[in-house]
Write a protein that binds this ligand. Structure first.
Ligand SMILES: Nc1ncnc2c1ncn2[C@@H]1O[C@H](COP(=O)(O)OP(=O)(O)OP(=O)(O)O)[C@@H](O)[C@H]1O
Ligand SMILES: [Mg+2]
Length: 364
């Protein structure tokens, strides 16, 4: 299980609701929110009881923060009702770009000493007063010979995290775990695919405003990062080139605008695909060569923008590596009564929500 920010939240939020083993998992993006209701333990007995998504106003999430909590909470409430989700305990994630992640090597020591050492180290590289940030850490490796711990430290500004937890509370939910999208991707992959002992796999979630990445070696994360490009680039190009409104651009991109069929707007979309492929290629190569000279063997893409026709094959061509659209449903049970075909069709959009769905309060 990847690290998260749950520890601090668990300590600060008491349980106000009965625990019935069901959780709402909410991936709140800048363009849309994706929700699933889950039940059962983590691993292959995870059951999806409900799912749905809703568009958010473009002003609702800005600079990695929910700046219109009432409006987002209203949309969450509406979606919960629409999909018939009854769980009240919620798991969500803050966006990777809001998070400072650092790997530390510290001499092996007792848990209490470790906490103090981590706080001391954190003070050295976090450009904020520690009072204004939520911190979490976990020991990710024990290097016996060197008598060292490898520690992953995660820090987020309190204002940012509070904007997510306040919004959930306004929606009548109790936030029990706040994760980070990078880690949710990793947990989704761990749930859905068998561990690949020596292979290097890159997970890339292409959203609307940014693409988040997690590079794993032998199933362990070696790099997390992001690039500020996503599906919004297509909309901006359509607005610029065709003089259409932002709302129309979205309909054109989805191929459902009667006056602008996809094949006619391809000359506008193609250069954007090239641009996205190039930016993702560049980021992956840069991030990866900084770490090792091993080749990435496979790339799994997710997020709404993974569904842009032709983008995956272009990525594969550029990166010279097989690129697959992730299927986060390979190892979950979909409850009877849930529209499985509709969920499968949108599955790449639910990758992060599924990764959040395996988290439980207090786990590590
Ligand atoms: N079928 C589709 N074809 C093309 N683009 C699509 C399709 N479905 C969704 N998208 C695009 O995917 C993007 C939304 O993806 P996603 O829900 O992953 O983003 P987000 O979480 O809201 O954004 P971010 O995480 O970057 O803040 C939008 O730009 C949307 O237009
Ligand atoms: Mg997103």
């Amino acid at each position: 299980m990847a690290a998260s920010l749950s520890k601090i939240l668990n300590a600060s939020l008491g349980s106000l609701f009965r625990r019935d083993g069901r959780y709402v998992s909410l991936d709140i993006g800048s363009s849309s929110l994706k929700l699933i209701e889950v039940e059962g333990g983590s691993g292959s007995n995870l059951v999806i009881r409900a799912f749905g998504s809703a568009t958010l106003p473009p002003t609702a999430v800005q600079n990695n923060m929910i700046v219109e909590p009432d409006s987002v909470a209203g949309i969450i409430r509406g979606l919960l009702k629409k999909v018939g989700a009854s769980a009240r305990e919620a798991i969500t994630a803050v966006p990777g770009p809001a998070v400072i992640i650092k790997k530390l090597q510290l001499p092996s020591q007792s848990p209490n000493e470790l906490e103090n050492s981590v706080l001391f180290e954190a003070g050295n590289f976090i450009p904020e007063s520690l009072e204004n940030v939520n911190l979490d850490y976990m020991v990710t490796d024990v290097l016996e010979k060197e008598r060292q711990f490898e520690v992953l430290l995660v820090a987020v500004k309190r204002d940012i995290i509070n904007s997510y937890t306040n919004t959930l509370q306004l929606a009548g939910l109790e936030p029990v775990v706040v994760d980070v999208d990078y880690f949710a991707l990793e947990n989704m992959y761990e749930l859905s695919y068998p561990p690949s002992e020596s292979q290097v796999v890159a997970l890339v979630n292409i959203g609307a405003r940014y693409s988040c990445m997690n590079i794993l070696r032998g199933g362990r994360s070696t790099f997390t990062g992001d690039v500020p490009v996503g599906g919004k680039e297509f909309n901006d190009a359509l607005v610029r080139n065709l003089g259409v409104s932002a709302a129309e651009a979205e309909v054109i991109k989805l191929g459902t605008h009667p006056a602008h069929p996809l094949d006619q707007v391809e000359p506008v979309l193609q250069p954007v695909k090239e641009f996205l492929a190039e930016e993702i290629h560049r980021a992956l190569s840069f991030f990866w060569t900084a770490a090792t000279d091993e080749q990435i063997s496979t790339i799994f893409v997710s997020g709404g923008t993974a569904r842009v026709p032709g983008l995956v094959s272009l990525l594969s061509e550029r990166l010279e590596v097989p690129v697959h659209i992730v299927n986060p449903l390979t190892n979950v049970t979909v409850a009877g009564g849930v529209d499985r075909a509709a969920l499968e069709k949108d599955a790449p959009s639910y990758a992060i929500a599924v990764g959040l769905g395996v988290r439980r309060p207090g786990d590590k």
